[in-house]
Design a protein. Structure first.
Length: 105
């Protein structure tokens, strides 16, 4: 099972703790808006590319609104990945709660 994390909580804890952020959106979505220092693997490629994700530390999974990232987090947790968190509301909520200057789509 995976946990949920609010964008504002991730933004704060990411300043003092080591977090990996996995963005499972498509390339065209990341061209509109993205966060720095993320691992980018679209959800449809995750099964084939799962070995590209370091398996240590806390992992926050991000998409546009939180649905695809929940699927990815569930998959990773089912595979035994510890400390997997779904970013509630995705990048859209991040843009509202953390960085209002970011574009929304």
């Amino acid at each position: 099972m995976f946990a949920e994390i609010e964008p504002s909580e991730l933004a704060i804890t990411r300043q003092s703790e080591a977090w990996l952020v996995l963005d499972v959106r498509e390339d065209w979505e990341r061209e509109i808006v993205s966060l720095p220092d993320t691992i980018n693997i679209p959800l449809g490629e995750l099964v084939a590319r799962v070995d590209e994700i370091p398996d240590d530390g806390k992992l926050a999974v991000l998409c546009h609104g939180g649905m695809r990232s929940a699927q990815a987090a569930g998959f990773l947790a089912h595979r035994g990945r510890p400390q997997v968190f779904n970013v509630t509301g995705g990048i859209d909520r991040w843009a509202v709660d953390v960085e209002p200057s970011l574009p929304r789509y």
